[in-house]
Design a protein around this ligand. Structure first.
Ligand code: NOJ
Length: 483
């Protein structure tokens, strides 16, 4: 069939916020430059055998030294927004304000000023996983003291950069922090405690988020007039069989456990989704525990957490099928608490990361689910994109296909593609890249080259329309129009 057949034609609103995204550890490098302290990712990548090919973020894209080049690419793309994150240990080398590193402040001032000078809106994430190592040494997000420590850091950032930064996100993907970091133990701090640590950590993250939000409200909102949110992540879960009620319920549970874990307290009522309270409570009881492994909020805490996001920020990459199962009771795990398993959508496109298959149709369903569940919030996609093998350089039809099909599914306030550059892709190192720009990581200058997808994205932005994408695609390579 012809690709044009499945496009929806039309334009985006004039104020649609097109952007690209990145994060500090993945692009900056300069891991110990000018007084920066180590983050838990420095510790992790410096431990042999952790990351594919022994890759580290020591130099990465060298954006710490080359942000002018990044600005140049942002201007060429004509994006209206750039989502970046602040490296906490670059600002506070030991995690606390007393250790303030002015060189770090200077760096972000130059970057933010550069964006403003070109009319590009900075969208700033306060925490994109690079925790100061010293704070991991006191148990990181499993320590309730982190709520105040994080608040102090956020307070400083609002105060220092908030005259120019009007779009803040506290956490990037709290789900990954809690589950992948403390349950599966795949990401630092590599704690494998799937039955309880993720729930405790998520509880602290929610409180830390809410506290930072209130700090902004009380001290800065009036003068700075920005907005604060949190980038939550979710895939779409499609029921294995929509005609079987328990399969539909299983898919809904999957969404509640992944997205609702954070979004329900913040956007709905200050508390965890009923499905989570019921499932975890019930399992805990059957496991003979005195109380649920899912912590509870007091009424006061619920009121404090509810409503602490001005817009809805979503990271989403893929679609999966959910199927109802009853797992063994003996293993205590967030995973088994859900009574379901997930599997790939069979007719989706494989991508360079096998767990992230491209199935664009799920995005629209996810957005509709969010709209229904949370009362039609303003939604920004803060991450969406696809990886390709970095040995392939600028010719990336897969990414063109991905962007065209995914962008076709959205009705939103803004869309921020992941990512501006190929960068350090966590456990995969530099083997795969999500960038609209290729980087030669073997070259000391880290030369940046726009991929074909950068041209496509530029056209979409320039014309502010879905329909134009077709002609661009056809002109690039006529072969691409049939699939
Ligand atoms: C989510 C993370 O926020 C980002 O850091 C990562 O590179 C992308 N997903 C792709 O895996």
């Amino acid at each position: 069939f012809l690709i044009k057949d499945f496009y929806h034609y039309g334009t985006f609103p004039d104020d649609f916020q097109w952007g690209v995204s990145s994060s500090s550890y993945q692009v900056e490098g300069g891991w110990d430059a000018d007084g920066k302290g180590p983050s838990m990712w420095d510790t992790f990548t410096h431990t042999p055998g952790t990351v594919l090919n022994g890759d580290t973020g020591d130099v990465a894209c060298d954006s710490y030294n080359r942000f002018e080049e990044d600005l140049y690419m942002l201007r060429a793309l004509k994006v209206k927004a750039y989502r970046l994150s602040l490296s906490w240990p670059r600002l506070f080398p030991n995690g606390y304000r007393a250790s303030l590193n002015m060189k770090g402040v200077d760096y972000y001032n130059r970057l933010i000023d550069g964006l403003i000078a070109y009319n590009i809106t900075p969208m700033v994430t306060l925490y994109h996983w690079d925790l100061p190592q010293t704070l991991q040494d006191i148990n990181g997000w499993d320590n309730v003291d982190m709520i105040d420590i994080f608040n102090d850091y956020c307070d400083f950032c609002f105060q220092t950069f908030g005259d120019r930064v009007k779009f803040w996100m506290t956490f990037n993907e709290p789900y990954a922090i809690a589950w992948v970091g403390y349950g599966l133990g795949e990401l630092p701090p590599n704690v494998k405690s799937p039955g309880d640590a993720p729930y405790r950590v998520a509880h602290n993250l929610l409180k830390a988020h809410a506290k930072a939000y209130h700090t902004y409200d009380e001290k800065y909102r009036k003068t700075q007039q920005g907005l604060v949110s949190i980038s939550v992540s979710s895939e779409w879960f499609e029921p294995l069989d929509v005609n079987i009620p328990r399969e539909v319920a299983a898919a809904d549970r999957a969404l509640q456990f992944q997205l609702g874990w954070f979004a329900h307290p913040i956007f709905k009522n200050g508390d965890y989704p009923d499905a989570m309270k019921w499932q975890v409570g019930n399992k805990s009881e059957l496991q003979g525990l005195a109380e649920s492994r899912l912590p509870t909020f007091t009424e006061e805490e619920k009121a404090y957490i509810h409503g602490t996001a001005d817009v809805f920020c979503l990271n989403s990459y893929t679609t999966r099928m959910a199927r109802h199962v009853i797992p063994r009771l003996s293993t205590q795990s967030y995973e088994y608490d859900q009574d379901l398993t997930v599997q790939d959508v069979s007719d989706s496109h494989a991508t360079a990361k096998k767990e992230l298959r491209a199935a664009a149709w799920g995005l629209r369903r996810l957005l509709n689910w969010i709209k229904e569940e949370y009362g039609n919030p303003e939604i920004y996609i803060t991450e969406n994109g696809v990886s390709t093998d970095t040995s392939k350089t600028v010719d990336d039809p897969d990414r063109i296909f991905f962007l065209k099909t995914y962008i076709d599914e959205v009705r939103l306030k803004g869309y921020t593609a992941w990512s501006l550059l190929d960068s350090f892709e966590w456990l995969s190192g530099y083997s795969v890249g999500f960038g609209l720009h290729h980087i030669d990581f073997t070259h000391p200058d880290r030369p940046r080259t726009p991929k074909r997808s950068a041209h496509l994205y530029h056209q979409i932005i320039r014309q502010n329309a879905r329909s134009q994408a077709k002609s661009v695609l056809t002109s690039l390579n006529p072969r691409l129009i049939t699939y």
